[in-house]
Design a binder for this molecule. Sequence first.
Ligand SMILES: *[C@@H]1O[C@H](CO)[C@@H](O)[C@H](O)[C@H]1NC(C)=O
Length: 241
Amino acid sequence: MIAKVLVLLCILSVSCAQKTPVFIYYESLCPDSQAFVTKQLYPTMKDLKDYVDLHLIPFGKSSYRTQGSDTIFDCHHGEIECYGNKIHACAISHIQVDSFQMEHTRESLIVDYITCLMGGVFKDEAYADLAKECATRTQVKKFESIENCANSTEGSDLLKEMGEKTNKFQQPLKSVPTITIRESFDLQVQQDSLNDFARTVCIHLPKPTPNVCRTYNAATSIQAFTALFTVLIAAALHLMK
Ligand SMILES: *[C@@H]1O[C@H](CO)[C@@H](O)[C@H](O)[C@H]1NC(C)=O
């Protein structure tokens, strides 16, 4: 009965449309991941956050083994990346919005914070300083809880969960970042996402697609038109020779 009522409400209201799951497998110190998060993911989530159920999985090509009660990580870009990945995993689990942050959802604040980390520079291996600076800049409250998590077994446990998710998806991960829309890997989605993530997400959203998606298509038609125009001019010039 409740389910039927929910379905009816969903038909009546666009706002309860199901979000489309998107998975990003990445690494904190990987330049391609940094470029993707800052240039593609961040602007896309600004426009499409109501349509995307984002899963950030900071682990990439790392590996882990257990030694007694400890988990030992071996990360693609070294020790500091392991610490960075723990900060990310802890932030994803700990960030909360308070009642004064009305412009944010938990998810949008996480995206802001992760984007700041991925676009940031840090000196002398001090990733913790960058993490703190980003918390101030993006107004993430209670940074201590993120740092304490990253510096303790809680951080190791959370990073290990990210490792389990990554391995379950693909072991070893072939490329970083790997992007999937819904659960399974698709080479076309991967390549298109790296070039134009917003448009790629739009193509895979259930119909009717949100209005904002039209602006991406318009941009592409203008590009296509300009390309066609250039070819025509070139051909005309060639004929006139
Ligand atoms: C947490 O660990 C980082 C990196 O090892 C270190 O720089 C920082 O001072 C530690 N913070 C606390 C609160 O122990």
